[in-house]
Ligand binder design. Structure first.
Ligand code: ADP
Ligand code: MG
Length: 262
């Protein structure tokens, strides 16, 4: 029997409310999978629906202004139709997300160490002391130098790259099977970008987790992804092994993305 898909997205359609009865569809029937242990890149220009797709997987879009249809399943369990409790369990523990700007998702008045520790208390049921010890290890694990000192620092006193490492540590506190990284390096300068990419690739290998990596940068895709899904204006353009996408892109849009890459 074929191995179960980790994430299956089938015929996903997402529309936003634009008036009392008016809707604007921005994802028009997208289908792709992520296999266990695989890194898949979701690429396309700004506005193609990449973030909306990620938010749908995480159930982060507001129900009252969003209409979602199709199928999103983790290991065969449907996330769109699952009941609230079951859904929270899957989304809270099995899928984590790292965003472009970590400042918006870190608490500015809590030290980085405490935030990670608190997340460990919630997700792993550790007591305060165990969680603090584990949080130190996690800061080491995301290669934060001088982790003991950083533990006591507040997010604003760290550089962008360090903050993104803290966010990655936060995302790993639930031991996710799938990490969704939505343009996690876009706001960073090029050398720091490369370091964060290396870190994600390294963690992916060590933890055996899957990664859905969202970017508009084909250079990043070449570096990190086993497989690539190309999107344009809410539609799937093509999907193939990354090496194939680079060697023999079938669609003009993909060729344009490739020639725009630095
Ligand atoms: P990408 O991440 O590929 O740059 P997005 O997924 O953010 O693109 O956006 C896809 C489209 O959906 C865009 O046209 C954007 O304006 C629209 N959009 C995104 N979020 C919302 C929202 N909350 N309400 C209405 N429209 C939205
Ligand atoms: Mg986006």
């Amino acid at each position: 029997m074929a191995q179960a898909k980790l994430l299956e997205v089938q015929d996903l359609k997402v529309a936003f409310r634009t008036g009392r009865t008016a809707w604007r569809e921005v994802v028009h029937g997208l289908s792709f999978d992520v296999n266990p242990g695989e890194t898949v890149a979701l690429v396309g220009e700004s506005g193609s629906g990449k973030s909306v797709t990620a938010m749908s997987v995480l159930g982060l879009l507001p129900k009252s202004t969003t209409r979602t249809s199709g199928r999103i399943a983790m290991e065969g369990r449907d996330l769109l139709t699952a009941g609230g409790e079951a859904l929270r369990a899957i989304r809270g523990r099995e899928v984590s997300m790292v965003f472009q700007e970590p400042m918006t998702s870190l608490n500015p008045v809590m030290t980085c160490g405490r935030q990670i520790a608190e997340s460990l208390e919630i997700h792993r049921g550790l007591d305060r002391r165990q969680a603090a010890a584990e949080a130190h290890l996690m800061l080491d694990r995301v290669r934060i130098p001088d982790a003991a000192r950083r533990f006591q620092e507040y997010p604003h006193s760290l550089s962008g790259g360090m903050r993104q490492r803290v966010m990655i540590a936060m995302a790993l506190t639930c031991n996710p099977k799938l990490l969704i990284a939505d343009e996690p390096t876009t706001a960073l300068d090029v050398t720091i970008q490369a370091q964060i990419l290396d870190l994600i690739a390294e963690l992916q290998r060590e933890e055996g987790m899957s990664v859905l990596f969202i970017t508009h940068d084909m250079g990043v895709v070449a570096e990190i992804a086993d497989r690539t899904v190309v999107m344009q204006r809410g539609n799937l353009i093509e999907t193939a092994a990354t090496s194939e996408i680079f060697a023999t892109p079938r669609e003009a849009y993909t060729r344009a993305l490739l020639s725009a890459a630095p």
